[in-house]
Every structure is written in C-alpha cells, then in structure tokens.
Design a protein around this ligand. Sequence first.
Ligand SMILES: NC(=O)c1ccc[n+]([C@@H]2O[C@H](COP(=O)([O-])OP(=O)(O)OC[C@H]3O[C@@H](n4cnc5c(N)ncnc54)[C@H](O)[C@@H]3O)[C@@H](O)[C@H]2O)c1
Length: 264
Amino acid sequence: MILENKVAVVTGGCGGIGRALCERFAKEGATVYAADLTQQGSFDDESASGAHFVPLDVTSEESVKSLMEFVRERDGKLDILVNAAGIEIEKTIEDTSLDEWNRSFAVNVTGTFLMGKYALPLLRKAAANGSSASIINFGSYDGFIADPGLAAYCASKGAVHALTKAMACDHGPEGIRVNAICPGYIDTPMLQSFFNGDGSGGEGGDIESLQQAVRDVHPMRTYGTPTDVANLVNWLASDEARYASGQLWVLDGGLSAQVQQMKL
Ligand SMILES: NC(=O)c1ccc[n+]([C@@H]2O[C@H](COP(=O)([O-])OP(=O)(O)OC[C@H]3O[C@@H](n4cnc5c(N)ncnc54)[C@H](O)[C@@H]3O)[C@@H](O)[C@H]2O)c1
C-alpha cells in the first residue's frame, strides 16, 4: 500500500474519474475525502468509494475554506490534493453565453486556484513531516490541441496547464509537487454526455458508430477508463514520484501523437 498514512482530498470525487481515484487511494491506505457538489456527483447513484463524502462547491471561497478547516481539525495535514472537479460546455465561442464562459472558468480554473491556495498550509505541514506532498490538477489534451465545439473548455484547460507550472515553480522549494493530468477520451459521464450532446460529439445520430469512430482514431484503438487514470495518479501522489513536478502528463492512448489520418 503506497499511500499509507496519507490524507487526500479529491474534488469532483463523486464523478467518473474522481470516484475511481477515491477508491484507489483508499485501497492504497490513504484517508480520503471525496469532495463534490452532491454525493451522486455525475452519476445517478451513490455507490461507495471508500471515501468520506464532504459537500463542496469549488467556485465558492467560503466552501473551500470550510473544507480545509474540516480536514485541519480531523487530520492536521494534507498530503494529496486532486483537483478533478470540472465541467464541459460543448459550444463554439459564438454560441457560448458570457455566463457559460464564466462558469467554465469558475469551476475549471478558479476552483483549481482556490483549492490550491487554501490547501497550501496543510500541504506544508505534510511536507514538513517528510511526506512528498502533492497537488494533481486536471487539464486535458484539449488544453494543447482543440476539439471542435469546445472553445471555453479548451481555453480553461490551457489555463490550468499554465497555472500548474506556475504553482510547481512557486511551491517546489517548500517540498510541494504540482502536476497536471491531461486525459484524452476517458469513459465517464462527461464523455457520455459528449456522445449524447448536441455539440460536435453528438452530430451524426448513431451513438454506437460515433463511439467506434472515436476508438478507431486512437493509435491504441480504444478510449481510456477511470482506472487507467487512477493508475497514473496513484503513482504521482505517492512518495515514489518525489522528483516528478511541474509536468503535464498526457494520457490519451497516443491520440495527440499522430497527425490526422487521411482516407486515400
Ligand atoms: N472524461 C474525459 O474524457 C476527460 C478528458 C479530459 C479531461 N477530463 C477532466 O477530468 C476531470 C474529471 O472528469 P470526469 O470525466 O470524471 O467528469 P464527471 O462529469 O464524471 O465528473 C466531474 C465532477 O465534478 C463535479 N463538479 C462540477 N462542478 C463542481 C463544483 N462547482 N464544485 C465541486 N464539484 C463540482 C461534478 O459534480 C462531477 O461529479 C475534469 O476536470 C475533466 O475536465 C475528463
């Protein structure tokens, strides 16, 4: 168990990726807080994750502060912060309202900023006790290259990438590592809503054919699972990754490594 005696907070902890992270961290011996708007998160059920649920709105400074106070009272430190809460608006800039734009940035960027800001005192406590304290943000391969019809999402994820590097530079000297995971297509409710949505993902009608087309475009001929993400995050959160910081870890089955294939 590589996370024994560690304390972890996972935002979006009741979502597709967040739930898998909470389950894996708990299995690896950590005390885990799944922080989300509701215990259902992006699902219709409350299936167990081995984590303590804590209500959180990452866009609210008060909500973030009270979560950190709760963790301070219970555990006195924080070893691992994962910022996995996120939303995706499937629109071009022309179709995106200012409210939708602001909401994307509030959850994806400001949420990451607020959580990092108020976690730092507790992360410092863990680092002072010899833990390889770590923040893991969620960017996206869409922060490097764009999918059509996801303008605000792409822009917000690019901001998370830059913020990750800035945080790693500022807090590395305190023994706090900061990395971002940049997934490609991962099978979660967010991906399913992309397939079902009326943005670029849903065009063409037949969802089965669309899903197969998406698999086929990947060099690995499949999309990823939350477990694939948990395997990488689990290592990054552990002391084994003590020298890994400031990096954007792309996990996309090789998708962003290839040029678009022409059908000649
Ligand atoms: N699934 C993918 O294909 C994919 C690809 C690239 C990046 N990502 C990123 O990975 C992260 C997790 O995505 P997922 O697929 O698990 O999505 P998901 O929709 O299954 O889960 C996201 C969770 O965030 C929570 N959330 C939303 N707003 C919140 C707020 N204001 N405060 C607290 N929690 C809030 C939701 O309730 C939900 O449980 C996101 O940042 C997403 O952008 C996902």
